[in-house]
Design a protein around this ligand. Structure first.
Ligand code: FA5
Length: 346
């Protein structure tokens, strides 16, 4: 009887060990535990028969059974540890980082073409002794029009379609020219030489050449004996430096209420080499600025005596200049926030 039980325990040990060796997961080891060591497990069942043995044999078989139980529990622990280690190894292999791979290149930002063009404009006019003067973007009707010799009801107001605010008389400036009045009133009767950069707003039909929001750089020089030749010299020097020597410049007579005489200045279109394209409206020329001698009415509004002072002024569009410099054929690219546009202009 005892021999049977001992044999049975031997067989059970061999079988349990063989099975445990094939367990690959924690769940399989747990199933193995209930099969052999659990409440209804094979070893537990075998030990139930211990009571039916003659009393003198019980200790020997009991010891054997206890040792077996300890051995199996120990084997289970080892197997579970081995599985845990294998899992860790698998995870490490799966999550392996190849430190020899090339790194990801961080994308480097760059300045917007308008900003770069503006800075170049500041540099060129800085060399000619012009200072930057900051004037407001939100203006009054009086500064944007009236003080610039465009009284209410004057047909010239039709030249600029305006964004109004909910406050009567307060508008978004349609050009940087109202800054002329601010600068003159601050410095009169001293001579001045300033540029006034900033954003302007017009209710325009947006096209390849015209945006609703765009920059202008205004220039203003007031002093004694300033003539149209000074204006021309300054602009020729500017264009030479901005586009390189040899660009052709064209002065066309024009009309602005705040200058007299007035001109519009074109450079030959670098996109089509003067052949005619969509950007230059098939004329071969691209208008970059309006200019003229400051109207005496405006000088007086700024605090200068027109009998003793004269001046010139101009207003240019830096996006139009950037289009020429970088070969951009549509102004809408500037502010639609498509990063591919910025990446192309290196
Ligand atoms: C004016 O705004 C005048 N204040 C310029 C001026 C200043 C004349 C001082 C005389 C003395 P005009 O509307 O033509 O003029 O605009 C001047 C320049 O701004 C244009 O030559 C062009 O380069 C740019 N510009 C005008 N409208 C737009 C627009 N919708 N989108 C982009 N650029 C524009």
């Amino acid at each position: 009887m005892s021999g049977d039980l001992l044999q049975e325990l031997d067989a059970l040990e061999r079988e349990a060990e063989r099975e445990l060796a094939t367990a690959q997961t924690r769940a399989e080891t747990e199933a193995w535990y209930s099969r052999y060591l659990g409440r209804k497990g094979a070893l537990t069942q075998a030990l139930r028969n211990l009571g039916s043995l003659p009393p003198d044999l019980r200790p020997q078989v009991g010891r054997r059974a206890n040792r077996l139980k300890q051995r199996l529990e120990q084997a289970l622990k080892e197997r579970q540890e081995a599985i845990r280690q294998a899992e860790i190894q698998d995870r490490l292999a799966a999550e392996k980082v190849d430190v020899t791979l090339p790194g990801r290149r961080p994308s480097v930002g760059r300045l917007h073409p308008t900003t770069r063009t503006l800075r170049e404009i500041y540099r060129i006019f800085g060399q000619m002794g012009f200072q930057i003067y900051d004037a407001p973007e939100v203006e009054t009707d009086e500064y944007n029009f009236t003080l610039l010799n465009i009284p209410e009801g004057h047909p010239a107001r039709d030249m600029w379609d305006t964004f109004y605010t909910t406050t009567p008389g307060v508008i978004l400036r349609t050009h940087t020219s109202p800054g002329q009045i601010h600068a003159m009133r601050e410095y009169a009767p001293e001579p001045i030489r300033v540029i006034l950069p900033g954003k302007c707003y017009r209710h325009e039909d947006v096209t390849a050449r015209a945006e609703m929001m765009f920059y202008q750089v205004e220039g203003l020089a007031v002093g004694r004996k300033i003539t149209f030749a000074d204006l021309k010299g300054v602009l020729v020097n500017f264009v030479d430096q901005m586009f390189g020597q040899g660009r052709r410049l064209r002065f066309r007579k024009s009309y602005f209420p705040f200058t007299e005489p007035s001109v519009e200045v074109d450079v030959d279109c670098v996109l089509c080499a003067g052949q005619g394209c969509r950007v230059c409206k098939y004329t071969g020329w691209l208008e970059i600025l309006g200019a003229g001698m400051v109207n005496p009415v405006v000088l007086r509004n700024g605090g200068y005596d027109p009998a003793r002072f004269s001046g010139f002024a101009f207003g240019m569009g830096p996006e139009r200049i950037a289009m020429l410099r970088y070969g951009v054929d549509d102004i809408r690219y500037f502010y639609t926030n498509d990063v591919r546009f910025l990446e192309q202009i290196g």
